[in-house]
Design a protein around this ligand. Structure first.
Ligand SMILES: Cc1ncc(C[n+]2csc(CCOP(=O)(O)OP(=O)(O)O)c2C)c(N)n1
Length: 250
């Protein structure tokens, strides 16, 4: 009896992510959803610049690499080129989505582009060695805030779901995490819904996944998962921030 198998939508290769990094879990959830919805052959993923820059190697669907932060703009073009057939998702870190790419994010949401955005918030610039991100917590020690993020000097972290929920445009915004089995299951449900919304023509769906970066947080993998509960979730509460179709007959 098969009790564990690789999703077909993930390629059979080892990933370059650090031990304890949750990018791998999130890749797997996206791939499982592609399998379950039977959309691998018509899905086009847009990879970001950041640790997941090589996501194009891992997903077994068509992939395009976007310039840093521009994934929602590329996704807009790909979706609009063939809206009936193309299923388009972006996969972006917090530096990519909420810093250099903030304009693309906000405008794609405001336009209610019928795309799916997977937003991996690990509160740091992982790939470049742990600089402060727009989502780094007040007091968080990073390479560019060695004494902790000083909000008087660097401003406050941006809560993306809360901010986008003020727009008329977006269809669905939810924040999840993947630091326990229960949370991984919830995250999968949210990711599946975000793809299903696109199939149903409902519009812009963004799932923010609160994630770990043990290497740049300077923690063991286990301690990093605990840090999510203790530090990240009080600042970034989990939940649905917008669901325009909530209450509609399923
Ligand atoms: C135009 C441009 N500016 C800056 C960089 C340098 N750079 C590469 S990745 C990155 C940030 C990545 O952080 P994030 O999006 O949070 O993803 P993570 O690596 O943490 O998964 C930056 C600033 C770049 N590659 N291109």
């Amino acid at each position: 009896m098969v009790v564990f198998d690789k999703p077909h939508a993930l390629n059979d290769m080892s990933m370059h992510y650090c031990p304890g990094c949750t990018h791998g879990i999130i890749h797997r959830l996206v791939a499982e959803v592609m399998d379950e919805l039977g959309i691998e052959g018509r899905t086009i993923g847009i990879a970001p610049v950041g640790c997941s820059v090589m996501a194009y190697n891992y997903f077994n669907c068509d992939m395009i690499e976007a310039a840093h932060g521009r994934a929602p703009a590329v996704a807009t073009g790909v979706k609009r080129a063939d809206p009936e057939n193309n299923i388009v998702f972006t996969y972006q870190g917090d530096g990519d989505l909420a810093s250099i790419g903030m304009a693309e994010t906000v405008h794609a949401a405001a336009r209610n582009e019928n795309i799916t955005v997977i937003f991996v918030n690990n509160a740091i610039y992982g790939m470049t060695g742990g600089q402060m991100a727009p989502t780094s917590l007040p007091g968080q020690i990073t390479q560019t805030s060695p004494y902790g993020r000083d909000v008087n000097h660097c401003g406050y972290p941006i809560r993306v779901c809360e901010m986008l929920s003020q727009l008329e445009g977006p269809e669905y915004l939810e924040r999840v995490t993947v630091n326990s089995v229960k949370q991984v299951r919830n995250a999968k449900k949210a990711i599946k819904k975000a793809f299903q919304n696109q199939l149903d023509g409902k519009g812009f769906s963004l799932i923010e996944v609160v994630s770990s970066c043990p290497t740049n947080w300077g923690l063991t993998p286990q301690a990093a998962l605990k840090w999510i509960d203790e530090k990240m979730l009080p600042y970034y509460p989990l939940g649905v921030y917008k669901d325009r179709s909530a209450g509609e007959e399923k």
